[in-house]
Design a protein around this ligand. Structure first.
Ligand code: ASP
Length: 585
C-alpha cells in the first residue's frame, strides 16, 4: 500500500497508530539535528519528524522542496507549545521509521505556497506546480462540488445529460468559429461549437424533453480578463414550458449549487428588472444591486439652462453618491469618467442654501426642480454626464460601479442575484447599418410584438432573460422560436436571405417541420460562477489549464506551427503572412 492515510486527516484520535503517508515536501527544517518535514498532499499538511538515529536520516537531510516521498511512522502528540490550531493535523506529528523517495524534484521555478506572488506566465507554464498550491486545490474542489451539485439537481428534476458533438457545421452565433480542416474531405471544414444551441433545440424535436450538459464552448474572440477561448456552460433546454418554468429551474439549480457547494442559503425568487428599467436606473443591463445608487434622468430640467454642454445633449443624467467630494476627488472622478469615454464630468454641490461650485451658476435657475428630482441632501456632490443616450448610460453606469467600490457601498462577500427581462429582440448595429440579434436568432419575439417584426424591429421585445450576480451576467437564455415561418421572418430582419438561412440553418428549420414542441432554455457560465464564489473575477483561476490573454498555453506552447506533413495531408498551403509568422520562407 502506498498510503493508508492522507496528509489532511490525522488527529489526536490516531495517536500511537502506525500510518503510511505519501506526498510532497512542502518545507524541511532542521532543529538541532532533528529534521521536520511538512508533508503536503491535496488534503492538507502533516508534520513529519526524522530523528538523527533513523537509518534514513542522511536521505532525509537531502530532501528538497517538492520531492515526492512516502513515509511510514507512528503518530504522536506534538510537544507542548508546538501545536497549530489552524490545521486539522495541528495537534500531532508522525515520527518516521521508513522513508522512501518516490521521485526527486528539480528546484521548482515557482513557490508552491499561497503567500508567494508569482507571475502569470510562470504560473501557467508550470501549471502542475501552481495547481499543487492549497488555494488552487480548493478552487478545483469547489468547481467539482458545484458541478456535482448541478448534476444532482438536474437529475432529480428529470433532465437527461446528453453530449452533443464537438465537430459541427459552422453556424455562427455571434463570435468567430474555431475551425478544423477535414482530412478525408479535402477543402472542407468542421467548426468547433460556440455552444450546443442548435443541437439542444434539435434534441427537443427528438422528444428528449429535458436536456443538460456541462458543455465546452469554443469562441475565437479577442480575449479579455474574463474571457477564455474555451469555457464551460451548464447548458439546459426544456420542452413544453414557459418563461416562468425557466426561472424556477434556474433559481432552484443555483440555490441547490450554493447550498451544496458553499453552504450558502440563498433567498429565492430573485428580483426581476425589465431591461429598460435597468438601463434607466443603473445605466447598464448587468446592474450590481448590492448597492442602491441610482442614475437620475435630468435631461428635461437641465436642458433649459444656458450651459452649452447641457443644451445640446440628447441625454443628461446625474448621480448623487451622498458624499461631499473635495476638488482633488472631483478631478480624479473626472479622469475616471473620461477613461470611460466621457467628454467631461459636470458637477455641483448641494448646500443648505441651494447649490454651490462647479456648474452652479448655470444650474441656479433650475436648482429647486433639480434637487427635488434627485432628492439630494445638503453636503452631496452631484455628478452629471451629458451625451448621446447610449453613452450617458454607459459612462454613468460604469462610474456608478466605480463609486460603489471606492466608497465601500456594499459588502464584498454578499451575493445579489437579479433577473433582467424584456430585452429588445434586435439591436441596431451603427457600423454595419443593420439589425443584429440581441441574444441569438433563435429567441422568440413576444407574441404581441410579432406585428412589428417587419415594420419596426426596434420595438420588438424578446422572451429573453439574463441572470446577473453582483453586476456580472451569469446565465442567459430564452424561449425559442419553434415555428419555422416565424424563424424565417426573424432571420429576414437581420438580413439573412432565404438561401443564407437554408445554407446555415436549413437542418434546424427542417427539423422544426416535423412537429417541434414549444421549448426554451438557458446556459449558465459555469467558470464565472465558480470564480465569483472563489472570490475572484478571473475565470482562469478556476480553469485547470487556461490560456493566456493571447490565447496561448505557456505549458505546452500551443498553438504550434503547422507541420509540412499535416498540411500536405489536409491539402492546405500557407500564405505569406502565415509563413512569416512561423519563420518559414
Ligand atoms: N446558447 C446560448 C449562449 O451560449 C444560451 C442559450 O440561449 O441557451 O449564450
Amino acid at each position: 500500500m502506498l498510503r493508508d492515510h492522507t496528509c489532511g486527516e490525522i488527529t489526536a484520535k490516531e495517536i500511537n497508530k502506525d500510518v503510511i503517508l505519501a506526498g510532497w515536501v512542502s518545507k524541511r527544517r532542521d532543529h538541532g539535528g532533528v529534521i521536520f518535514i511538512d508533508l503536503r498532499d491535496r488534503y492538507g499538511i502533516t508534520q513529519i519528524v526524522i530523528n538523527p538515529d533513523n537509518e534514513h536520516f542522511e536521505e532525509a537531510n537531502k530532501l528538497r522542496r517538492e520531492d515526492c516521498i512516502q513515509i511510514k511512522g507512528k503518530v504522536r502528540k506534538r510537544p507542548e507549545g508546538m501545536t497549530n490550531p489552524k490545521i486539522i493535523t495541528g495537534e500531532i506529528e508522525v515520527i518516521t521509521k521508513h522513508l522512501l523517495v518516490l521521485n526527486k524534484s528539480e528546484t521548482p521555478p515557482l513557490e508552491v505556497d499561497d503567500r508567494a506572488v508569482q507571475s502569470e506566465e510562470i504560473r501557467l507554464k508550470y501549471r502542475y506546480l501552481d495547481l499543487r498550491r492549497p488555494s488552487m486545490q480548493k478552487k478545483l474542489q469547489l468547481r467539482h462540488n458545484l458541478a456535482q451539485a448541478a448534476r444532482e439537481y438536474l437529475n432529480k428534476h428529470d433532465f437527461l445529460e446528453i453530449e452533443t458533438p464537438l465537430l459541427i457545421r459552422a453556424t455562427p452565433e455571434g463570435a468567430r468559429d474555431y475551425v478544423v480542416p477535414s482530412r478525408v474531405h479535402p477543402g472542407k471544414i468542421y467548426a468547433l461549437p460556440q455552444s450546443p444551441q442548435l443541437y439542444k433545440q434539435i434534441l427537443m424535436v427528438s422528444g428528449c424533453d429535458r436536456y443538460y450538459q456541462l458543455a465546452r464552448c469554443l469562441r475565437d474572440e479577442d480575449l479579455r480578463a474574463d474571457r477564455q477561448p474555451e469555457f464551460t456552460q451548464i447548458d439546459v433546454e426544456m420542452s413544453f414550458i414557459e418563461e416562468e418554468d425557466v426561472y424556477e429551474v434556474v433559481e432552484g439549480l443555483i440555490k441547490h449549487m450554493l447550498k451544496k457547494g458553499c453552504d450558502i442559503d440563498l433567498a429565492t425568487p430573485f428580483p426581476r428588472i425589465p431591461y429598460d428599467e435597468a438601463i434607466e436606473r443603473y445605466g447598464v443591463d448587468k446592474p450590481d444591486i448590492r448597492f442602491d445608487l441610482h442614475l437620475h434622468d435630468v435631461t428635461e430640467i437641465v436642458r433649459q439652462t444656458d450651459f452649452n454642454v447641457f443644451k445640446n445633449a440628447e441625454c443628461i443624467k446625474c448621480i448623487a453618491p451622498g458624499k461631499d467630494f473635495s476638488r482633488g476627488e472631483i478631478e480624479e472622478l473626472t479622469s475616471v469618467a473620461t477613461s470611460f469615454g466621457a467628454k467631461g464630468l459636470a458637477w455641483t454641490k448641494v448646500t443648505s442654501l441651494g447649490i454651490e461650485g462647479g456648474s452652479a451658476k448655470f444650474l441656479e435657475p433650475i436648482k429647486d426642480k433639480l434637487i427635488k428630482k434627485i432628492g439630494a441632501n445638503p453636503g452631496t456632490t452631484l455628478l452629471f454626464v451629458a451625451d448621446k443616450k447610449k453613452n450617458t448610460n454607459e459612462i454613468l453606469g460604469k462610474l456608478r460601479n466605480y463609486l460603489g467600490e471606492k466608497l465601500n457601498l456594499y459588502k464584498k462577500d454578499e451575493l445579489k442575484f437579479c433577473w433582467i427581462t424584456d430585452f429588445n429582440l434586435f439591436e441596431w448595429d451603427e457600423e454595419a447599418q443593420k439589425w443584429t440579434p440581441a441574444h441569438h436568432i433563435f429567441t422568440s419575439p413576444k407574441p404581441e410584438h410579432l406585428q412589428y417584426l417587419e415594420s419596426d424591429p426596434g420595438k420588438v421585445k424578446g422572451i429573453l432573460y439574463d441572470l446577473v450576480l453582483n453586476g456580472i451576467e451569469l446565465p442567459s437564455g430564452s424561449i425559442r422560436i419553434s415555428n419555422p415561418d416565424i424563424q424565417e421572418r426573424v432571420m429576414a430582419v437581420i438580413g439573412l436571405s432565404k438561401e443564407d438561412v437554408e445554407r446555415k440553418f436549413g437542418f434546424l428549420l427542417e427539423s422544426f417541420r416535423y412537429g417541434a414542441p414549444p421549448h426554451g432554455g438557458f446556459a449558465l457560465g459555469f467558470d464565472r460562477l465558480v470564480a465569483l464564489l472563489s472570490g475572484t473575477n478571473d475565470i482562469r483561476e478556476v480553469i485547470a489549464f487556461p490560456k493566456t490573454k493571447a490565447a496561448e498555453c505557456p505549458m505546452d506552447s500551443c498553438p504550434t506551427a503547422w507541420e509540412d506533413e499535416s498540411l500536405k495531408e489536409l491539402h492546405l498551403q500557407l500564405d505569406s503572412v502565415a509563413k512569416k509568422n512561423i519563420g518559414k520562407q
